[in-house]
Design a protein around this ligand. Sequence first.
Ligand SMILES: Nc1nc2c(ncn2[C@@H]2O[C@H](COP(=O)(O)OP(=O)(O)OP(=O)(O)O)[C@@H](O)[C@H]2O)c(=O)[nH]1
Length: 650
Amino acid sequence: MRLSRPTDAAPTASRHSELPPLSLAIGVACALGLTLIWAMTLQRIADEREQAVAAAMESNANLAIAFEQQVYRTLKAAEQVASFAREQYLNHGDTLDLRRWETRGVIREAMFNIISIVDARGSIVRSSRLPLNVNYADREFFIAQRDITPDLAHDVLHVSQPVLGRVTNRWQIPMSLGMWREDGRFAGVVVVSVDPAKFTDFHRQANLGAGGLLELTGLDGTVRGRKIDEDRGFGMDAHDLPWFQRRAVAQAGSFVDNGSLDGVPRVISFRTMADYPLMVTVGTAFKSELAPSQARRHGYLWLAGGVSAGLMLFTVLLMLALSRQRAAAEALQTSEALFRATFHQAAMGIVHLSPEGRILLANEKFRAMLGYDMAELRERTIFEIGDPQRQLEARLYLRKRLSLDSADALPEMEKTYLRKDGAVLWVCEALGVVQDRQGRPERVVAVVQDITARKALEARLSHDALHDTLTGLPNRMMFHDRLCQVLESARRRQGLAAVLFLDLDGFKEVNDTLGHAAGDELLKQVALRLEECMRAEDTVARIGGDEFGVVLASVAQEGDCEQVATKILDALSQPFMLGQQEVRISASVGGALFPLHGQSMDSLLARADTGMYAAKHEGKGRFCWEDKESPIQQTTHPTRPVPTGPADPA
Ligand SMILES: Nc1nc2c(ncn2[C@@H]2O[C@H](COP(=O)(O)OP(=O)(O)OP(=O)(O)O)[C@@H](O)[C@H]2O)c(=O)[nH]1
């Protein structure tokens, strides 16, 4: 079944086929949104991490500079002290008393562990500490100065690897200046020793945080001093350390070390010292450096997670809502399809009306029933195509159905419409009211059933019940009914009325000789002739068989009745043509007058019947009254009962 959309149907909701792409677009938008959120979040985290690393590197680089300066000052101080001691020794020789320097504060215990003058053979000749019988000929600080060519350009402090002091018995870093006589011969060294920890005391000034690293390393690859938190050390090999390796290609630099030293990732800054073959290294624990950005990172991740969850929830709810809307649209579409199928393919006419009765929409059946097209119907009200005589009734019916309490209104009514071609259309019409949200009537739906055929059948049955099917004349029932009405009328106006009974003479012979069909034909022709003899207000009825009854509605005088009877006898005495056969018959007629022969219908019928039999007895083909003088009760015919039952034409 094809459910085509009629042009006059109400507009439908949006097509559901557009919805799936919309859901897809929402899903894609959500995915893009999530991608964007996380891309921005991760980019932000990466940027902040990069910035934190850059800031840490810059901070560490500054710390490395400060550390270098502190070491530089320490070395310069040591160099100045050594240079001064050398000058004093070379000028004053054996009179130089270094122990007094300490007591006088020329050198400070806190700064230097020991200062000694060592001769060309490596023996201590002067020292701020006892004993003096110690030889340094095998020490690096001695050998390094002894083996270089005396040259003022190389008159630099040699910073030795940490050693265990032979005088102090403490680990220390000896730093030496060479001494040369005027003739260029090596005269020994001045050695100043410093506690390795002095170099890394910088840690106290700089807040390196947990895992912070300070390191002073010789370019020979030996660590002069290293401090990690409170752990100090020295003498380690630095060749494998990344910062030592990087120094080979850059004087200074910063980078992130992944924990090559002790497994702790650090931001490392290193610098090669000016004037001294040393490098300083500052490291801060990567974890503590990035702690603030890590905290923000967690915040960003939570925020992104929350926004993502919210976005996904919103998307799910939106898609759910769309899904429901789609389901509703589909349900609406199904409903509309059902409506269209019901409306346009219904076997009954359906018409939508405004509450005023204006035709808004009509289905094909209704249009076919009335013969109008939709445009013509829209120009009319339902009353204008109805029976003009019953417009008021139709309006009242509609008003009742529209009223709040329509319980007393019949659910349907039978009425007539006038088709466009003028024919009358009988319908059974039911009205339903559609209300708006406020409960006011918005539309009226009329379901219209064509009952014209039923009405015609009813009319035919009704006619058949009161008429003789062979002749079309009123039957016995209608004869009685008419007679009753006529008597009532005559009683009111105090006039005369008459009833005649008529029985054909010799009819049986026609049947017997010419056949039953000829008999039927003869009965029909008799009926026509009888009707022609009567006035419009009179009634001719077939009582049964070959008996007929006549009611004369108004009779001026007794003779009028006899005249009618004579007219009937004359009419029936004329020959009848039954096919090619000419037939002659006659009739016996009896009569009774109201009120002269009786007051009631039964008494009049009995008198007329008796008259008819009297006519038969007196030779047929005549009219007879019953004896007017005798009472009606005594003149009943012995062989003929008064006919009162239903007609039996057969
Ligand atoms: N063809 C035909 N015959 C009918 C019909 N109704 C009754 N008859 C016949 O009509 C006849 C009536 O009988 P009668 O009145 O005695 O016949 P008749 O020859 O007129 O006799 P009289 O009245 O004494 O003159 C019967 O033979 C019935 O069978 C009918 O509808 N059609």
